[in-house]
Design a protein around this ligand. Sequence first.
Ligand code: F6P
Length: 354
Amino acid sequence: MKKQRIGILTAGGDCPGLNSTIRAIVKTAREKYNMETIGFMHGYQGILTGEYRELTSSRVSGILTKGGTILGTSREKPFSDEGIKAGHPEKIKQVYDDLELDCLLTLGGNGTQKTAHKLSVQQDMSVIGLPKTIDNDIYGTEICFGFYSAVDIATEAIDRIHTTAHSHNRIMVVEIMGHHTGWLALYSGVAGGGDVILIPEIPYDVDVIAKSIEKRSQAGKEFSIVAVAEGALSLEEAALSKKEFKEKRSGETSIGYRIAKEIEVATGLESRLTVLGYVQRGGSPSPQDRILSTKMGAFAVDMVKNKEYGRMVAMRNGKIVSLDLEEVAGKIRYVPQDDPILKAGRNIGTCFGD
Ligand code: F6P
């Protein structure tokens, strides 16, 4: 009898936890269910270029603690205008059939899961998505693997920034990843004792920030820490159209530089910026991410066994479950205004720019 065969790919921004997820998938598939597993290189691109390799238990031995992804990744978009014109969706289906795959597991963020859903519906492929992103903004799941590790990294960085801020009595702005949502800035900002936390979900008023910093200064606190998500925006920018906003931002290096300048002008206090950038996606996964990714990877293979396709693995009320990709595709999970951590931050006097 033909063994079930699983294809695996990692797509979008890399993060700690990808390899621990691959490991859990391969070990569960091979050791619990005697299935076959192959890995495509560089996300969806590897299917198109025919770059794949058999993933055996020995090949995934020792990768639990490794950052990044042994498969490589890309932001290949098979359903872009160019991709459709080049027949990429059909090509992917052809390779899927030629390799006699029973299922394709897609480890990725919003874009990856949107593509997975289209392959499921338009190309009649059996797919299962696993939620990966340091941004933690995939709809339908409370947590994505990669997020915990990024929170640890950003928090540790903010702790270090604290000591130099205190020594120099400076306003230290720390720019944190999170293009559309502020989850990473919120969690690491609160964990790191940020005095001001700016997230895309709450457009900021620089006068409010200045007043908050001046109040600290009057209370004898001559330094402040400002955690800002790279997608944060001012009230004025929030009022712009998408086109106007894009034009305005096109000439800017990064939001952090602008905010540091605005605060320095508004308060007269010396400000400095640190952009954490890709450090937040590097290194070994935290124990929490190793546990989360092991649970999600193993759960995904149980779903393959039960032929529960067209779905994404998720965490809901602390339990690993799955939901239809239809519910996930094309949506983003924003920080709600009544988020408990946001409320706790306000209770302890953190300024959110509003
Ligand atoms: O989606 C994760 C992420 O790290 C975002 O936080 C960031 O804005 C983006 O990827 C950077 O994309 P790239 O790796 O393509 O530069």
